[in-house]
Write a protein that binds this ligand. Structure first.
Ligand code: NAD
Length: 293
């Protein structure tokens, strides 16, 4: 069994991006500029956004944080999005989700210019992704592809079972892995809460992608010998031995599943570590106009 170290991979990719930034500076070009819009004081969102800003600083990207109180009017938020769309100094931006209940997330997402949608949540990017056209890929699935690619994990003809069909993880990764090319060319089964006999489906998988949000959900006897297991879940469970009182676990029962796998991502330090890096890769692509000219 080999651990797929997302943290190490992410450090390597960040070093590559930092070198690209140095080259841009040498060439007299502008460095990538990412803007994050944070509404309210959701503690998880605070952590995610500060990670994103810190990662930008680490590799020499310019970053700007725009904060608004939880009671911001939807119209004011739309104005911010509109201004960012039209600001030539901004290469890409994200509006951190979830947003407060009075704000229509769909309306905000639709207002973002697809050319600056480095989160890859806009339906234009989603549709382009589905058709195999250049697109900003959603960060978590993009991170998973990089984990597979940079470990040379074979995917062609493999049976991949994705558990969970969310718009940000399960559905896009199922599309990406079924697409022509590498990593891809898999035969994909997309499973969810209505799937009958989920253990039997997972047992047929050469590659399992677990994105459910239930701690230790995928059991040892559900996984075939030699399978590749990608655990997307990030769940807090109580742990009195930790100062914080909790620890992070994935959606896969790691201790039972790991001995059967050829490769497995740990939690933490697996997919989660790659998600912010994928956002940085998208921002570099936005600056270089790789997706949209
Ligand atoms: P979600 O809640 O939007 O979707 C969960 C999916 O799991 C749904 O499609 C549902 O059908 C399926 N599901 C629920 N119960 C099930 C069951 N009993 N059997 C089969 N399927 C079931 O979740 P999400 O946003 O995709 O997130 C999933 C997990 O991944 C969470 O733990 C989340 O924290 C984590 N996550 C991690 C990252 C990362 O960067 N690593 C990014 C996004 C989400």
């Amino acid at each position: 069994m080999q651990l797929l170290d997302g943290k190490l991979l992410s450090e390597n990719i960040k070093a590559e991006l930092a070198a690209e930034v140095d080259q841009l500076i040498k060439d007299g070009k502008k460095v990538p500029h990412l803007v994050a819009v944070l509404v309210g004081d959701n503690p998880a969102s605070e952590v995610y956004v500060s990670n994103k800003i810190r990662s930008c600083e680490q590799i020499g990207f310019r970053s700007t944080l725009i904060r608004r109180n939880a009671d911001v009017a939807q119209g004011d938020l739309l104005k911010i999005v509109h201004d960012l769309n039209n600001d030539p100094e901004v290469d890409g931006f994200i509006v951190q989700l979830p947003l407060p209940k009075h704000i229509n997330e769909e309306k905000i997402t639709l207002a973002i210019d697809p050319k600056k949608d480095v989160d890859g949540f806009h339906p234009v990017n989603f549709g382009r992704m589905a058709q195999g056209l250049p697109a900003f890929l959603p960060a978590t699935p993009y991170g998973i592809l990089e984990i597979l690619r940079r470990h040379n994990i074979e995917t062609a003809g493999k049976h991949c079972v994705v558990v969970g069909r969310s718009n940000i993880v399960g559905t896009p990764i199922s599309i990406l892995l079924s697409r022509k090319g590498y990593p891809g060319d898999c035969t994909v089964t997309l499973t969810h809460s209505r799937t009958q006999d989920l253990p039997a489906e997972v047992r047929r998988a050469d590659i399992v992608v677990a994105a459910i949000g239930i701690p230790n959900f995928i059991k040892g006897d559900w996984v075939k010998e030699g399978a590749v297991v990608i655990d997307v879940g990030i769940n807090r469970i109580a742990d009195s031995s930790k100062k914080s009182g909790f620890k992070l676990v994935g959606d896969v029962d790691f201790d039972a599943v790991a001995p059967k796998c050829s490769f497995i991502t740990p939690v933490p330090g697996g997919v989660g570590a790659m998600t912010v890096t994928a956002l940085l890769m998208n921002t570099m692509k936005a600056t270089q106009k790789e997706i949209y000219s």
